[in-house]
Ligand binder design. Structure first.
Ligand code: FES
Ligand SMILES: [Fe+2]
Length: 384
């Protein structure tokens, strides 16, 4: 397999070791994993907790970063997120009902407002002092509901990653909420290293020819890392052909521009254009252009809510193309899910020591290092 890797402005020790793949084995502590081999969560961040269509006036229970949260819409349609545990006798508030702007517990009827304060106790005038639940800052953007899990005073909506490609009027987006019984960083690894497409997704977005070719360029960014992968002169994969956007019988040059934004967001610009027409120099105009948007919200250390959307710039009104992309991307993610959950099971049995790394791992490793730096910064702050 010939894969050229160029690493811009990369001084990182471990990545330079990876570039000389074949001669080194890697010590797992080089990458700053926690003692279990699984990174813990960055709390001071926005996360996606649901799709806009999932959050209604019926309470939705969702655990994120180990916190049990209830989320619902109030009268004005604004999403509210509260700790999902009544302070009285611990019944989850998600078993209660939304009444106007408040939620009423389904056991003895205490009522809580959007700030988490108890505003009513049935048949009692005084409200106990400690009768409140944690309220989380929430924001609705790009068809997703975002929640801030850290220090309330630091919740700044300008820190929400830019997924505007999903809501542009000249784009069409289809997507879903998936659930994976694996650590969120295993899902991130899967998306940062798309060399697996040639082996895992041969009936949809991949084909065997891809595995033999390609170049990769990795650039650190302010928010994380960008990986640009070009695969030259290969037959279009089944999904690309089904879109009917490419000339029949011609090989294409393919691209994956993978933008990782810490701690768990990835936008992948994917596409193909007739071979030799400039795609390898970054000219993607006139080709088949699509974006896969991904937000991986940890549920626990070993499970993830995985929000995705497939975005395109062609056939915006075609329900046929909606169905095609939805079903093909779903199928590919189902194939990934099987791999990821199996990986997680093996890690639980054998531990997660990376005894070897490939050149194609450069993107995941850099993404993990960025998250690890954030974790260390957070840990340092809380220790002060
Ligand atoms: S458990 Fe909620 S009011 Fe009693
Ligand atoms: Fe995949």
């Amino acid at each position: 397999m010939s894969v050229d890797i160029e690493i811009d402005a990369m001084t990182d020790f471990s990545l330079r070791l990876i570039a000389s793949f074949g001669r080194h084995f890697f010590r797992h502590d080089l990458f700053y994993f926690n003692p279990k081999g699984i990174a813990m969560f960055v709390r001071n961040s926005w996360y996606v907790i649901g799709g806009s269509d999932e959050v209604t006036t019926t309470p939705l229970a969702r655990k994120i970063l180990g916190d049990s949260v209830v989320i619902y819409r109030n009268l004005s349609g604004r999403p509210v997120a509260l700790e999902d545990r009544c302070p009285h006798r611990h019944l989850p508030l998600s078993m209660g009902t939304v009444q106007g702007d408040e939620i009423r517990c389904g056991y003895h009827g205490m009522k809580f407002d959007a700030s988490g304060e108890c505003v009513e106790v049935p048949n009692q005038d005084n409200i106990p002092n400690k009768a409140c639940v944690r309220a989380y800052p929430v924001e609705e953007r790009f068809g997703w509901i975002w929640i801030w899990t850290g220090d309330k005073d630091e919740a700044d909506v300008s820190l929400i990653p830019d997924f505007s490609v999903m809501s542009r009027p000249d784009r069409k987006s289809v997507g879903k909420t998936n659930y994976v019984k694996a650590n969120y960083q295993l899902v991130t690894d899967n998306l940062m290293d798309l060399s697996h497409v040639a082996f895992v997704h041969t009936t949809t977005i991949g084909n065997n020819e891809m595995g033999e070719k390609g170049s990769m360029r990795l650039t650190p960014t302010e928010a994380g890392v960008r990986v640009v992968r070009h695969i030259n002169d290969v037959p279009p994969p089944p999904t690309y052909l089904r879109t009917k956007q490419l000339p029949i019988g011609k090989n294409i040059d393919r691209w994956n521009v993978i933008e990782f934004m810490a701690p768990c967001f990835i936008i992948i610009h994917v596409g193909g254009k007739v071979a030799g027409c400039g795609a390898l120099d970054g000219d993607y105009e006139g080709g088949l252009n699509m974006w896969v948007c991904n937000a991986m919200t940890p549920e626990t250390e070993t499970s993830t809510h995985y929000f995705w959307a497939s975005v395109r710039e062609f056939a915006l009104d075609s329900t046929e193309v909606d169905d095609l992309l939805f079903s093909n991307v779903s199928e590919a993610f189902e194939e990934d899910r099987v791999v990821l959950e199996t990986q997680q099971r093996v890690i639980a049995e054998c531990g997660d020591s990376w005894s070897s790394a490939l050149k194609a791992d450069a993107g995941c490793l850099q993404a993990r290092r960025v998250v690890d730096r954030l974790l260390r910064e957070e840990r340092h702050k809380t220790e002060q």
